[in-house]
Design a protein around this ligand. Structure first.
Ligand SMILES: [Zn+2]
Length: 55
């Protein structure tokens, strides 16, 4: 039998951004999508919270 414990949701750091909330994104430019550098962008896995998405 499964018992649901009411525990506090402890946010674990997002595995994608390592808890920072943002990730380096490669910036492409032009029709050839030539990479020109990296930019910090919001992490789409945690939406910038830095916490692993909870169910
Ligand atoms: Zn993240």
């Amino acid at each position: 039998m499964v018992t649901r414990k009411k525990t506090k949701v402890t946010p674990s750091p997002c595995p994608v951004c390592k808890g920072s909330g943002d990730v380096p994104r490669t910036v492409h430019v032009g029709r050839k999508r030539r990479p020109v550098g990296e930019q910090s962008g919001i992490c789409l896995a945690c939406l910038g919270t830095g916490e692993a998405p909870a169910e």
